[in-house]
Design a protein around this ligand. Structure first.
Ligand code: CMC
Length: 379
């Protein structure tokens, strides 16, 4: 292979070893520390799953209790961050979230001379803090006052409580919990890779998360869920699908919520979310939305299934978040709230056997040497 071979988008390049999670793109399996995602969704909770990702084993009862205590304490936000969120309540939620995490880091003196144990302690706190930030961003946007977390609720329950001021029913709390588990980790995706690049310079974990949130924001990554729901709404009813989707494909437009760099079969997360989407849309009288999505899926698979294009996690998550009362603007931040545990787990793992990321580019520009032209002689 030529030393200057370029792997665009690092496709196919292995950058690290990990024990955190495994995406089997051929078999359509997602594994966290050896457990299939379906097994965890059926029996576990986001608190347990985030502990598992960060610590490498399922918690004992006493470990879970101490972990929950830290999460609970961390989901109370400091006043300077509450002030920031309420002063900028009209801003795009993911941008505000990125800034809020950065402010938390600027105010934490541990981050100035960071040690390994500080990194882990802060990382676990962020598993509680980021969901609380996301909920408060929604609360502020809807004109409510800051809500303190309630000790009798799970992290998922508190996300709904801190965003609405109302204690959620069991079914909504469960759906939120499942969404958190499903989005917690997913291989060397763009935002996770961003967090690794940042931590590899021995920067602090707040900076790693700030980089990751900025990367997640793009429509080719975490921003796709918001656009997928908007597309389903724009199509409106199953009868319009052939024309609208066919037209977009003819113009070579990407259909958001479809395709994946790793999965060449049905994304297992999409399969689970689809079941919830069917259930909640039927309950909320939005069955037509689900039928439209189903028809889009059918048309996409019939046209592009042979290329390995199937629904990904973002196609059905929007409908589920919508049923929990979240505005589409919030969807990417919700993704960030759960992916925090994956970012933290993988950043801690990487830095424990660190190597600074420093790839090269193949220079294809003018090699010169050119003679300098004074400004008055340029045209
Ligand atoms: N709609 C229509 N055509 C598609 C789509 C799509 N969503 N995705 C891929 N294709 C086609 C693409 O046009 C190309 O066709 P051709 O070979 O004729 O040029 C072929 O499939 C390969 O596509 P690619 O973009 O080169 O593949 P990739 O591995 O770089 O792309 C992707 C992966 C996720 C960026 C892409 O599928 C995409 O843009 N999807 C829409 C955005 C989206 O839903 N993103 C969320 C990803 S899942 C959440 C996460 O883990 O971040």
């Amino acid at each position: 292979m030529d030393a200057n071979t370029v792997f665009k988008g690092l496709e196919g390049v292995i950058v690290s070893e990990t024990k955190v999670g495994f995406v089997d793109g051929e078999a359509g399996r997602l594994v966290y520390r050896g457990f299939n995602i379906e097994e965890l969704v059926q029996h576990s909770s986001y608190e347990e799953v985030s502990f598992l990702l960060i610590n490498g084993h399922l918690p004992t009862a006493s470990e879970l209790k101490s972990y929950r205590d830290v999460i609970m304490k961390s989901s109370s936000l400091p006043s300077e961050v509450i002030d920031l969120i309420w002063a900028h309540s009209n801003k795009y939620p993911t941008s505000l979230l990125r800034t809020a995490v950065s402010l938390l880091g600027a105010n934490d003196t541990r981050a100035d001379h960071i040690t390994d144990s500080d990194q882990k302690e802060i990382g676990v706190e962020l598993v509680g803090k980021v969901p609380a930030l996301v909920s408060s961003i929604r609360r502020a946007a809807e004109g409510g006052k800051y809500v303190k977390p309630s000790p009798d609720l799970s992290l998922a329950g508190n996300m709904l409580y801190q965003s609405t001021g109302k204690k959620p029913d069991k079914s909504s709390e469960r759906i939120m919990d499942v969404c958190l588990m499903l989005h917690a980790d997913h291989g060397s995706n763009a935002s996770t890779f961003s967090s690794l690049v940042t931590i590899s310079s021995l920067s602090d974990i707040y900076s790693a998360l700030t980089s990751a949130i900025g990367t997640l924001k793009g429509p080719l990554h975490g921003g796709a869920n918001e656009m997928a729901l908007k597309l389903i709404m724009e199509v409106g009813k199953p009868e319009n699908v052939e024309e609208v989707i066919g037209g977009k494909l003819e113009k070579k437009e990407k259909i958001m919520g479809f395709g994946h760099r790793v999965y060449k079969v049905y994304d297992p997360r999409a399969r689970i979310l689809k079941g919830f989407a069917r259930e909640v849309t039927a309950r909320n009288g939005k069955g037509q939305l689900f039928d439209t999505a189903q028809k889009i899926e059918d048309v996409m698979i019939s046209k592009l299934g042979t290329k390995g294009i199937f629904p990904n996690v973002d196609f059905y998550s929007g409908m589920v978040y919508d049923s929990l009362g979240f505005h589409p603007d919030m969807f990417t931040s919700l993704f960030a709230a759960s992916r925090t545990s994956g970012w933290v787990a993988r950043s801690l793992e990487y830095v424990s056997d660190n190597k600074l990321f420093r790839p090269r580019s193949s220079y294809v520009g003018e090699r010169g040497p050119l003679a300098y032209i004074p400004i008055e002689k340029r045209n």
